[in-house]
Design a protein. Structure first.
Length: 193
């Protein structure tokens, strides 16, 4: 069916190699019959997998643009069910990629780039762990004086002595601390055990 559309020239300005790939996808989905809807989570997951295949953080806009274009393609091809289903599969793929890009963008937080001398910190305790030399406390900090708004960390991890006051998650704290940037990771090929 898809090959007939390619031969009949009903694809408009779509290049031939794009049309062949799109047509092959449409043919494969049509061959699945009633089970073709079950492939949408697979395409969505493949888009998520593509995100994790990158070695650098991809920008947010390509995923959003591809998902929006796919939605427009679905509407444009609604009279040709096999092609519409192929567009839906590609849109699910783009949506999985866009979701991961958006989630990473939403959860990214600035990290300290330099050592800060003793400064006053206030905030709410979000996590406490007992470690060998005391407590490891994660604090959701209020804005720190002397740092730009874009450089403000959302959380800091502090080590405090075991003989300090007992803290519980949710407690408000006010203390003085020296803050250090997170140590750089060692590349996997140079790591020694």
């Amino acid at each position: 069916m898809a090959d007939a559309a390619i031969a009949g020239g009903r694809l408009g300005p779509l290049p031939e190699w794009h049309a062949r790939i799109f047509g092959a996808l449409a043919d494969r989905l049509a061959a699945e019959g009633q089970r073709r809807l079950l492939w949408l989570p697979v395409f969505f997951g493949a888009g998520i997998g593509l995100y994790f295949g990158f070695t650098v953080e991809p920008p947010l806009w390509p995923g959003i643009a591809a998902t929006s274009a796919g939605g427009g393609l679905i509407i444009a091809l609604r009279r040709y069910p096999p092609w519409c289903e192929a567009a839906l599969a590609l849109t699910a793929f783009a949506a999985g990629f866009a979701l991961m890009c958006e989630s990473a963008w939403e959860h990214q937080a600035p990290m300290l780039q330099r050592h800060l001398p003793p400064i006053a910190i206030t905030g709410r305790v979000s996590d406490i762990d007992l470690v060998e030399k005391g407590w490891r406390v994660v604090i959701e900090v209020d804005p720190i004086l002397g740092l730009d708004r874009m450089d403000q960390p959302r959380r800091v991890r502090l080590h405090i002595p075991q003989n300090s006051d007992e803290l519980n998650p949710g407690d408000r704290v006010s203390l003085k601390a020296m803050l250090y940037p997170v140590p750089a990771q060692i590349p996997a090929q140079r790591a020694r055990f």
